[in-house]
Design a protein around this ligand. Structure first.
Ligand SMILES: Nc1ncnc2c1ncn2[C@@H]1O[C@H](COP(=O)(O)OP(=O)(O)OP(=O)(O)O)[C@@H](O)[C@H]1O
Ligand SMILES: [Mg+2]
Length: 233
């Protein structure tokens, strides 16, 4: 089994022009834990996730994945060099590719040989319950199924960090809850360190080990979720 990765966010700041979004934010995420980032619209959740992904560069502070520095002021490793998987609200699947091709894409980019690729794609599709849809295009799938494809694509490379930006908010509430429970189980089986952005406290409680509240560009509180029933202390 591969080593788990902690995440250290140290004094990270970020601004759009003069609008300060993150203000010397500190956060330590233990290896293998699932953290929900919760907070009102506009508080900087997606911005922090983009900094973790390498899609934005901090103006100040440092980000470490384990003992590897991935970002420092004005400098950042690109997403493909970070060993991450991401799932977005809008699925972000390639419409011209089949389910299999979508999920295989990150492996293809890394030059994984075809035979190994096929095995790993099938294993990932089985994990998310989509093996029978392997040859379909995304347009032939429901929203929930499309998000499972995105999930399979995120986990297929066995990344050391998984990042989620409101992945369930386009789905209706019943499906949201059942998929949230499934994702919680899957993340626990994988043991990958995960950061999950949501503005839905119920979702955060169902899924995470720790809930981090963001407000005014910094961490205002961290709660531990003590049981799978979602009780927060
Ligand atoms: N491209 C941009 N240019 C200028 N300001 C931006 C840009 N993207 C985001 N912002 C601003 O940065 C702040 C944080 O945005 P962010 O998207 O991180 O919030 P969020 O917590 O993810 O909100 P939501 O829950 O609505 O997704 C907001 O005030 C937003 O208006
Ligand atoms: Mg957002």
């Amino acid at each position: 089994m591969r080593a788990l990765t902690s995440i250290q966010i140290q004094g990270v700041s970020y601004a759009f022009d003069k609008h300060v979004v993150l203000n010397h934010l500190d956060l330590q995420i233990d290896a293998g834990s699932i953290v929900a980032l919760l907070g009102p619209s506009g508080c900087g959740k997606s911005t922090l996730l983009r900094l973790l992904a390498g899609l934005a560069v901090p103006a100040d502070g440092e980000i470490w994945f384990g003992d590897k520095q991935v970002a420092s002021p004005g400098k950042a490793l690109p997403p493909e060099a970070r060993d991450i998987g991401m799932v977005f609200q809008d699925y972000a699947l390639w419409p011209h590719m089949s389910v299999t091709e979508n999920v295989a894409f990150p492996l293809k980019m890394r030059g994984v040989p075809r035979k190994q690729r096929e095995e790993r794609v099938m294993a990932a599709l089985e994990r998310v319950g989509l093996a029978e849809f392997a040859t379909r295009r995304p347009s032939g799938l429901s929203g929930g199924q499309q998000q499972r494809v995105a999930l399979a694509r995120a986990i297929v490379g066995e990344p050391r960090v998984l990042l989620f930006d409101e992945p369930l908010s386009n789905l209706d509430s019943e499906l949201r809850e059942s998929l949230c429970r499934e994702m919680s189980q899957l993340l626990r089986q994988l043991g990958t360190t995960a950061v999950y952005v949501t503005h839905d406290r119920r979702e955060a409680e169902l899924l995470a080990d720790h809930i981090v509240l963001l407000s005014s560009g910094s961490v205002s509180a961290v709660h531990s979720v003590t049981s799978s029933s979602g009780e927060v202390v």
